[in-house]
Design a protein around this ligand. Structure first.
Ligand SMILES: NC(=O)c1ccc[n+]([C@@H]2O[C@H](COP(=O)([O-])OP(=O)(O)OC[C@H]3O[C@@H](n4cnc5c(N)ncnc54)[C@H](O)[C@@H]3O)[C@@H](O)[C@H]2O)c1
Length: 410
């Protein structure tokens, strides 16, 4: 069997995890890491590269042109670079594994999709999503009819983020960075995995019922308590083309982080999937629990899945760019519906000291506010929250270009 060769663009920040995992899997004979590209190598990356004899290029385009013997490129760079880098990699004849979110704007995702189609190459996206064990369990429970007709999915993410988080990179919390869209807000970056997972589960539930479901309309209320451009506390409702309603809640201003989860509600029961891949099912007056964790970590699963797809052994990518496109469609729609990011105008906002390990802003009682809205399936304004303002629904029918109504600056 040929050992597939990888290239990595971006070795610092989250790229450190890719670098370490690629090297670990090289030791196991699963793949080989031929070369990396980064403008500056961290001390860690420089030592790995030197120790292993991995070639390093400052210019990723030079790497793409000189490393033609490689098979796929992992891209773990700032969001605003994703489209150009993946299109260059696909056009140079490589398959791609792209970090999430695929791009900030739907037109950029569409340009990557077109490039992949023209090149006949795969483009997978590294969204974390329910394990394949969890997906097949949830698919079979949905297909069995045990939960009755499934009408609603809800996602909830209560997270604490420190000042260091908002200073981690120059584009943190920005809508635009160096003239490029980045949209680094709560649901577009740290909880993008959960929002994607909710859309993926809606897609799966529709599939097992013989339907398709795509985001059709979004209503979103986006706020910030931290001194950032983008959002840190948001709620949205996504109406799907098959009539299913999704609601999603996030804050980065909680006292403590809790396990992110998605609740699937049917007419006869409910199911919850947690970020820890635990599944609980409520039906017929009983609760059942399943542990759906898999032994391989997420990066290993994503590389192995892409390699199987390249070898023609896996009919489906875990997260294809087509599937990830639904995320960008919903996320862009959320920004359009909200029109702008609004401040949380409450006496209950507490800004911490500037110490790196201190939490950023905390909103008094945000945990209860979000949990009540989650239980009711309502947006903040519909719950009568004092700082909340109503937003208009935004239609996604022929939506092709972001932004239209959203105000990047005001
Ligand atoms: N899957 C996850 O759980 C997860 C977690 C965190 C971040 N991410 C994603 O990873 C990506 C990178 O985020 P980050 O926080 O690591 O960003 P970052 O700003 O820390 O940059 C990552 C690396 O890219 C390098 N880089 C920048 N421009 C480059 C260029 N022109 N050529 C080559 N290298 C270049 C930087 O030097 C750095 O080493 C983003 O898409 C982010 O959303 C994913």
């Amino acid at each position: 069997m040929t050992v597939r060769k990888a290239l990595l663009i971006g070795t610092g920040g989250f790229g450190r995890n890719h670098l370490n995992e690629l090297v670990r899997l090289q030791n196991e004979g699963v793949l080989a890491l031929a070369a990396v590209s980064d403008l500056r190598l961290t001390e860690h990356a420089a030592s790995v590269v030197a120790e292993r004899g991995i070639r390093h290029y400052v210019d990723y385009r030079e790497m793409l042109s000189k490393e033609g013997a490689a098979d796929f490129v992992v891209i773990s760079t700032p969001i605003q670079l994703h489209a150009a880098m993946s299109i260059d990699a696909l056009e140079a004849g490589f398959h791609v594994l792209l970090e999430k979110p695929p791009a900030a704007a739907i037109q950029d995702v569409d340009r990557i999709l077109e490039a992949a189609g023209r090149a006949g190459k795969h483009c997978a996206v590294n969204f974390f999503s329910p394990s394949s064990t969890a997906l097949s369990l949830i698919g079979s429970i949905a297909a069995s009819g045990e939960l009755g007709r499934i009408r609603r999915l809800k996602g909830i993410a209560l997270l604490k983020r420190t000042n260091a988080y908002f200073r981690r990179t120059p584009w943190a919390g920005k809508l635009v960075s160096s003239g490029h869209l980045v949209m680094d807000g709560a649901f577009h970056n740290p909880t993008a995995h959960l929002l994607y997972s909710m859309l993926r589960l809606a897609e799966l539930i529709a599939e097992v019922a013989g339907r398709t479901a795509a985001p059709a309309r979004v209503t979103a209320e986006l706020y910030h308590a931290n001194p950032i451009d983008s959002d840190d506390t948001s709620a949205m409702r996504i109406e799907m083309s098959d009539g299913t309603e999704l609601t999603f809640y996030v804050t980065l201003c909680a006292r403590q982080s809790e396990t992110q989860r998605i609740r699937i509600e049917g007419t006869d029961g409910a199911l919850e999937w947690g970020y820890d891949d635990q599944v609980n099912v409520w039906s017929n007056g009983t609760v059942r629990s399943y542990d759906c964790r898999e032994s391989a970590g997420i990066l290993e699963r994503r590389y192995r899945n892409l390699i199987r797809a390249m070898d023609g052994n896996d009919a489906r990518l875990d997260v294809s760019l087509e599937s990830a496109r639904r995320f960008t469609l919903a996320a862009n729609g959320a920004f359009e519906s909200a029109v702008r990011i609004k401040p949380v105008t409450s006496a209950g906002v507490r800004l911490s000291s500037q110490a790196e390990d201190e939490p950023g802003a905390y909103i008094d009682g945000i945990e209860a506010t979000i949990k009540e809205a989650f239980a009711a399936g309502k947006l903040f304004s519909e719950m009568g929250v004092s700082w909340a303002e109503r937003s208009e629904p935004f239609e996604l029918g022929d939506y092709r270009s972001f932004p239209q109504r959203f105000k990047l600056t005001w």
